[in-house]
Design a protein around this ligand. Sequence first.
Ligand code: SGN
Ligand code: CA
Length: 545
Amino acid sequence: MKNSSLNNLSVVTGSMLCALFASCTGNEKVVQSERPNIIHIMTDDHAFQALSAYGGAISKIAPTPNIDRIAQKGMIFQRAYVENSISAPSRATLLTGLHSHKHGQEILTNGFKPDNTVFPELLQQAGYQTAIVGKWHLQVEPKGFDYYKILKNQGDYYNPEFATKETNGEYVREEGYATTLTTDYAINWLDKRDKKKPFCLLVHHKAPHRNFMPESKYYDLYEDAEFPYPDNFFDDYTSRGPAAKSQQMSIMHDMTMGYDLKVNELNDNLPPHLEWSKADWEKARARMTPKQLQAWDAAYGPRNKAMLEANLSAKELAKWKYQRYIKDYMRTIKSVDDQIGRLLDYLEENKLMDNTIIVYTSDQGFYMGEHGWFDKRFMYEESFRTPLLIMYPKMIKAGSVCNELVQNIDYAPTYLALAGVESPVKMDGRSLVPLFSGDKPQEWRENLYYHYYDYPAIHMVRRHDGVFDGRYKLIHFYGEGKGKDEGADIEYFELYDLLTDPHEMKNVYSDTAYKEHADRLRKELHGYQQDLDIVEGNLNLNEKI
Ligand code: SGN
Ligand code: CA
């Protein structure tokens, strides 16, 4: 940490306040005189490939100029990852700074321990005002928030239901589009807050989550464009194990013609594993007002008709699905970008930019057709990695880049460190503050641990854990085969060299040229399993797999 960062500090004491800077000694606790406000903006399933700050091919056609403002005025993280690529576990990790098996929310549906310590409650106890608006997705009532206005379950795009303390947790339908409403609630709360206290606000958008329904003003956006196909769109999974082959997240085979792709005419006669989607698409349509529905059908009806009349071959249909998917997904992102611009403008107008740390991220990554997929869950790069942009002018120089390995276990420790608050429980993550100067700290982690548990479940991705050191990635798939696909019990490894194979097409685990890395990472993985008290998927290093 550079000395200049020690400007504007005052000395205080107290057990809840801890030293932010390494130069503190003894019981003297040093915190910034003006504690920073915190805004954590998190979308649901936003792929880094779909954000122009990261320069991907999709975002060249569909840029995100407002989200990019955070990168231009702050720091872009090139190696930000999650520890379990799925929503509820990721949200629980954000709140607790813990790996999934410790906070209990290993899978989508349940598990969050009510007695988990969450960072907002610690900030609240230290005098912060705290709020969350938008997606919550845990089966417990939000704790540690002065105010919440949260979406029901996954949330809906059109006329969604929100619950607040005032409604006693009851969900009440609001008319409007989720992304705009969520931003309205964020700004309303900021406007009405006690301006004498620092604040922490979590803005959690539903978009661009399935089923990718755009706002009416963007129905025509990108319609004439042809988005580029990833090179591995028609991946045949050669050299990969059974998990990559048996998943149910293929654009070609598992995307639904009604619910996902909005072709009303094809919402019947679905294959058994997609039958659920018939009713879900009818429900999504029924949520819309007659006027909204009329506008929707006026835009999508003629396009659907043209597609049906074109009598597409299987390959042409896969490409048509990809185009429809990417266009709708990027349209929902356009609204997110507008609304983040609106929030940033509000902060600028109210002179809140200088003393607020603004973080933009997603609850996990997403496949934009890579390997032929949508959805997430795998430790392969597109779902394991997330966008992460942080702006905080007091500590971060505009236009900085961070290449260190960071993970969503790090958010809670970062926010607590910035506020000068000590956690009574040990968190797995570590504060990102030492990275803000742009210099590589002497001691930073050299690899990351990942663990996905939610099988059998929708998309049928097998359980796996693994280690990534920034270049080599070892993935360990394991577990009993059960559920709809009647898959076999599995236990095997995959190894990738991201430098020579960035799209993870060539599993080199059995290649003797990589034996040294396979052995090294197997030991690292075993070490993580022991240190973190992992209870399932444990390796026996003496057994040759
Ligand atoms: C829902 C989606 C799935 C998605 C999970 C998890 N189906 O079940 O496609 O993988 O959520 O998403 S849907 O028909 O309900 O849209 S997550 O972002 O919450 O983890
Ligand atoms: Ca998600």
